[in-house]
Design a protein around this ligand. Structure first.
Ligand code: ATP
Ligand code: MG
Length: 402
């Protein structure tokens, strides 16, 4: 007897009242997309739970993928059995034998959604527990803290049996909080900021500024590889790569050196905002953390933010680098981010950027140059790349962090 389905328990979306159907639909769509590589599975979405019918696909492989999907509180591989206690005995014995290791303890937790069933919960517990004890030598009962909890659910149509409760990624299903643009560099911070935003139900599209030949193809490849990691969380990730060389060169020609960083960030934000408008997203996300570098002081943020009214979300604003590094390791972007290829901002970084730039001054410096035609040109020449979930499935252990 093998598991034939996976039972999914919803997370926070259970509290969303009238929007519940929309939440369940979105979660179903994300799961379907993420499981595209398993063509035989089918999904049955109900109000309280979702079932993934394995139809012969491997349960372990699918479980690895499900661990990354937001909106799932926990899930359990399960098997559907006819309402016949002998068949339940046989299925329980098969599954518990396959999980059994020396000295293992167990308990049976029966629940009857259908009170008409011939045995009550105590009788079910005793019958199946007795059958297992008789047939697996060394197996012991522990009702408080068992290694294997055999959950048996009696319903009118069938009996369901499951033994494991696997924690999900939590959060809200992709897209239920709307859409935002993620300013994605090759660094450690922005991928983590993206992950945390996706966890709260945001659908993201990445925007990356690329300045060849000052930044190499390998720097761009870093961002593509990071995007592929982010695609693991909802099946795909759209990345817009903005050609930025001409603008950066013009900034360096026209703006006093200690203000070039401020001007660069302002124009990056303007361009991201225009792509956001075209993509009908409602916010911009960055990996900024207060005080980390010159562009991330309050004064800098005030001067840079001046170019737009669009909400800028900064999920990492109060976190320390060490915490960010831990997250980056958990989501598997750390090793990509620390590859030593320069990003466009690092290449052009001035010797002493202003840590307290003035909004009026940068406006004044910019007023001598018409950046608009170049901004339009950059937006019109964006290269859009769509990344799919990696075929090699990842297995992050995020439960301890979130
Ligand atoms: P990160 O580790 O994310 O690169 P950082 O600590 O290096 O961040 P900065 O380089 O100042 O800090 O960047 C601050 C934020 O600006 C980044 O988190 C990212 O959101 C955005 N950003 C920086 N460089 C780029 C780029 N080349 N393309 C798109 N966004 C960028
Ligand atoms: Mg950076």
């Amino acid at each position: 007897m093998k598991y034939d389905r996976i039972l999914i328990r919803y997370g926070e979306l259970s509290t969303k009242g009238r929007n519940r159907k929309q939440f369940v639909d979105k979660l179903k769509r994300t799961i379907a997309k993420t499981l595209e590589g398993f063509p035989s599975v089918s999904i049955e979405a109900k109000r309280e739970r979702m079932y993934i019918m394995l139809n012969g696909e491997k349960e372990e492989e699918i479980s690895k993928v499900l661990k990354n999907i937001f909106g799932i509180q926990s899930f359990s591989p399960a098997v559907k059995i006819d309402r016949d206690i002998e068949k339940v005995n046989a299925a329980a014995l098969d599954i518990v034998s396959s999980l059994y290791k020396d000295g293992c303890t167990f308990k049976i937790s029966a629940r009857r959604a259908d009170k008409e069933f011939e045995l009550d919960t105590n009788e079910i517990n005793q019958t199946i527990g007795g059958h297992l004890l008789k047939n697996i030598s060394g197996l012991k009962v522990d009702v408080k803290n068992p290694d294997i909890n055999v959950q048996i659910e009696v319903r009118t149509e069938a009996i369901y049996l499951s033994c494991e409760n696997i924690p999900g990624a939590g959060g809200l299903p992709s897209g239920t909080s709307g859409k935002a643009m993620l300013m994605l560099s090759g660094g450690l911070d922005s991928p983590v900021a993206g992950y945390l935003s996706m966890k709260r139900g945001l659908e993201l599209e990445g925007v990356h500024f690329f300045s060849p030949p000052f930044t190499s193809e390998r720097a761009k490849q870093k961002v593509i590889d990071i995007s592929e990691k982010l695609a693991n969380f909802n099946g795909h990730f759209v990345l817009h790569v903005v050609p930025f060389t001409t603008i950066q060169q013009l900034i360096h020609k026209q703006i006093p050196e200690n203000y070039t960083m401020t001007a660069t960030r302002r124009i990056m934000l303007k361009i991201t905002d225009e792509i956001r408008r075209r993509k009908e997203a409602l916010a911009i996300i960055t990996g900024e953390s207060l005080g980390q570098v010159a562009s991330q002081t309050l004064e800098s943020m005030y001067a840079i933010n001046d170019v737009t009214n669009t909400p800028i979300l900064r999920p990492l604003i109060t976190t320390d680098k060490t915490e960010i590094i831990e997250w980056a390791k958990k989501i598997d972007t750390h090793d990509i981010s620390i590859r030593p290829y320069e990003d466009c901002c690092t290449v052009f970084v001035p010797a002493s950027p202003k840590t307290k730039p003035k909004k009026e001054k940068i406006r004044y410096y910019e007023s001598f140059t018409d950046f608009e035609p170049l901004i339009d040109e950059a937006v019109n020449h964006v290269e859009t790349i769509i990344l799919k979930r990696e075929e090699k499935k990842m297995e992050p252990e995020m439960d301890s962090l979130f």
